[in-house]
Design a binder for this molecule. Structure first.
Ligand code: SF4
Ligand code: SF4
Ligand code: SF4
Length: 254
């Protein structure tokens, strides 16, 4: 046992892409590993040490009773609990299923439904108190490092209330929406990715969830005026963060 902060990484219903970002921190991983004790990390460790832990990162949405119990145990054994990635923050991609009856979803995936007891997919704060949110699908490596360093120094994480459009303008991109009528969600999506997708000629799909002043209803109506079908507008707003009040207003506006 060392006196370094003890870190745990839990996986719920997810693709493991956010945990992978921990391992992708190659240039700084050794520093991170040197500064903290990665006590529980099933993807990376052969043996895991029991809690309590100083910081717990939870990846994935909660989609069954077993995960609800696992999450509650994680909350009990971690002093600080962090939602790692959009699935854990607000349901993310797994929450797409919430708009289809649960049994229909289950029958599309499993042959034998007798042993399946899934629930709607929710972010982790549906069930436990969450101390910090690291959004993105996957989580942004820069923000992850910033958060870990801040936690070690006792500094609160830097919040980015503005939208992806601000970062897009700072990168001097030509606006895909204005110039080509492409349905970009950057105006209502929280910044932090450096306008990753628009900088590569792709529209923002809203993976980081709503920005603070998001006017999703207005943007949804603009999309239909530009010719996007209502069902496509709804799908766009429900892709990652359809459970958030802001994006659900966007989906309901058309
Ligand atoms: S937020 Fe995206 S990358 Fe992270 S676990 Fe969920 S689906 Fe995977
Ligand atoms: S391309 Fe998208 S993110 Fe960039 S300025 Fe236009 S709407 Fe905003
Ligand atoms: S541009 Fe939008 S979809 Fe792409 S990474 Fe950033 S928030 Fe996610």
């Amino acid at each position: 046992m060392t006196d370094k902060p003890r870190v745990a990484i839990y996986k719920m219903s997810s693709c493991a892409g956010c945990q992978l970002e921990f391992l992708n921190l190659e240039p700084v991983l050794l520093d991170v590993v040197g500064a903290v004790e990665l006590s529980y990390f099933v993807m990376a460790r052969r043996q895991n040490a029991p809690g309590p832990y100083d910081i717990g990162f939870v990846e994935g949405a909660i989609t069954c009773g077993e995960e609800i119990e696992k999450l509650k145990r994680a909350r009990q054994e971690c002093r600080v609990l962090v939602a790692l990635g959009s699935c854990a923050c607000f349901g993310g991609l797994p929450s797409i299923k919430n708009w289809i009856p649960e049994r229909v979803v289950e029958s599309r995936v499993y042959q034998n439904l007798e042993v399946i007891e899934s629930t709607k997919a929710y972010g982790i704060d549906e069930y436990v108190k969450v101390d910090a949110y690291l959004k993105g699908c996957p989580v942004d490596k820069g923000e992850l490092v910033e958060f870990i360093k801040g936690a070690l120094l006792g500094i609160s994480p830097h919040l980015r209330p503005h939208s992806v459009c601000v970062e897009c303008k700072l990168r001097e991109n030509v606006c895909l929406f204005v110039s080509q009528g492409e349905p970009c969600l950057g105006a209502v999506t929280t910044a932090g990715c450096g306008a990753l997708c628009p900088s590569r000629g792709k529209v923002c799909d809203g993976c980081r969830g709503p920005a603070n002043d998001a006017n999703a209803e207005s943007l949804a109506r603009s999309f239909t005026e530009y010719g996007l079908h209502k069902s496509d507008v709804i799908r766009k707003f429900r892709k990652f963060a359809g459970l958030t009040p802001e994006f659900s207003k966007g989906a309901e506006a058309v």
